[in-house]
Design a protein around this ligand. Sequence first.
Ligand code: ADP
Ligand code: MG
Length: 742
Amino acid sequence: MVKAKADGFSAGLLTPKETAAARALGAGDVEDLVRIPPRRYASPGPLRDLRHLSEGDDISVIATVERVRERAMKNRKGTLLDVRVCDDEGESIQLTFFLFKAHLVNWHMSRLREGTRVLVSGTVSRFRGENQIAHPDYLLLASDPSPEEARAVAAALEPAPVYPLRGAATQKLMRSLLSKALRHVDELRDVIPAAIRRERDLPTIAEAARMLHAPHDQTEVERALRYFRFEEAFVIQSIFARRRAQDVQDAAPQLGTYGDLSRALDGRLPFTLTSSQKDVGEQIAERIAAPHPTSLLLQGDVGSGKTVVALRAMVRAVDSGFQAVLLSPTEVLARQHYSTITSMLGDLARRGHLDAHESATRVRLLVGAQKASERRESLLDLMSGEAGIAVGTHALLTESVDFLKLGLVIIDEQHRFGVDHRRQLRSKGPGDLRPHMMVMTATPIPRSAALAFVGDLDLLTLEGRPREGADVSSFVVPLGDTAWRERMWERVLEEVHAGRQAFVVCPRIDPEDPAQAATPADPSGSEHPLHAVTPTLEMLRAKPGFDALRIEELHGRLPSDIKRERMEAFAAGDIDVLVATTVIEVGVDVPNASVMLVLDAERFGLAQLHQLRGRIGRGAHPGIAFFATQFSRQSAQHDGLVELASTTDGFALAELDLERRGGGDLVGDIQSGTSVAVRFLDVGRDARMILEAREDALVTEALSRGALTTSSLEAPSASEHDALDAAIARHSARGVDNLERS
Ligand code: ADP
Ligand code: MG
């Protein structure tokens, strides 16, 4: 559906420079152009006289030039231009320009002659006890007021959009580009059906575009923004509504059988399922028994016990005569799932062996680094149906793996559940059947974000943690404080001496390149280099007390067999301290690990730190987490970590991340993994509007399908339907672009 954008502008409308600027912003036609959000608006202060000014006031004033003085600056190169102006009440103020080029001095002086009337706008500042305006904007006026002048003054005081600039574009070019686009707004089609615009009190696209790019006042800006936010939400929600409607038409295998395998597995679980695990299990069972593909998002905090929930669903698929696959983001995690699952199933997974259970199936592993023979066996078993369950990495998606009868796909610990990836898996079902799909995540997605970005998935939530007692206490440690820092390392040592193990997490693998560290791309602006895995490992190996310990490193750049060996050695207790990057973030289960130390903790999102912390306190021993930061106690970074230390609720932390960072990494991740591109919406701010748009989109979809006949809304007309189709195609094409770029 990617529409060619080469011929989007009518001939002669734009200059070549304007066309280039439009393209650089991804705009291929007038529809795209009017949807470029201004970054902000430059709003001159209100018109007033010069009495009772305070420092910091943004003002505009009509005044007459009294005197112009040019003087060289004492300590610096350049010229200071002082212009004294006086208003109708006889009050005066100094305008000041610092200029470095002689031609600019001449230019201002030629315009600001004594007796000239000007409209001046700027911010009042104090200098040597006097009010002044440095570098004001000014507009020359005729010597006497006139109706044209009143109009020109009103226009000059309107909010002026300030656009994002790409390449060689200037604000002037952008404004000319948009003013040309505005001449054609009457040709634009309304994406939001008239009935909804009436109900939600929204303008037409033509009105909204004019108010966004040429507003008369701030109220119009607000009204335009409300339109474009709603439009974006409505288009996204219409995409979801259509996908859901499509799901209802597609056929899926019915995985409703609670058979021998399920019974046997439930009979041998090493623990009693929590009521939430049972509940969620029943809800999943009900959905996958349906004859249409279900799309679920199962969220549950770290340690809430999602694996067994997934396993029970997979076993149901096998009992129903189909296969199931569990996908993980990393090999370490895939191997761990494989070993958890095979050991939980025991002889239920030993089909073909003498000691197998009579209804046994096989579980097969598929990961990148695997012996060719092992891999071949896995592939054969999946193709023949001998293996009912496959466990692997996401890489599995892109490879040519054929299943005999794939009925259920479960994706674990993945924020970037790209819609395209999901679609690709959907196509792996037998014949016309589309497998059911469940995505599991420990990163709680705030409801508004879920609706905005993954609104085509049904949300299930696993509450609580099965094992109480294994609590984690968290502490924030200021790295600048030597006593604290040493005490923290001592605690690590104490845990190891008591027979436990430790994680030390660093934000990067190698020390910072000093040339790079100074670039503004480093938002922390911190003067201290960030901790890196390799030097931290060396530091610890040399540290008194630690020099006797077994310390190793783990990060994404190690070959995968080394990674596996390290992880296995750590799980077996053969490594005391693992210095690592966030590769250990997801899912890794080592019950004997009781302490975690995160260096430069402010570099991570709160929700991510909470995930990391979930790696400890998984056994019988209480966990201790240290969040070490170079930021001082007075900083926002430090405050955020304190919140984290005092909260154990991952959902609350995700909401907090959303609040603090207006979306944060989490939403960024979710968004970049979906084909949903947003320009106007902010899931934190616009939560309510997203809900309204969702409701309208569902009703509109049902009305146009004829599935709904009574509603306060009317069915969209054929042309309204077409306009929405076009908007959806346009949005999806943009999303695909984004996905490819990310
Ligand atoms: P997560 O949701 O983070 O993936 P896991 O599935 O890895 O959590 O489960 C965490 C730990 O809790 C595992 O060691 C698992 O065996 C254990 N567990 C799961 N369910 C229960 C239960 N009902 N009772 C006791 N322990 C459980
Ligand atoms: Mg897990």
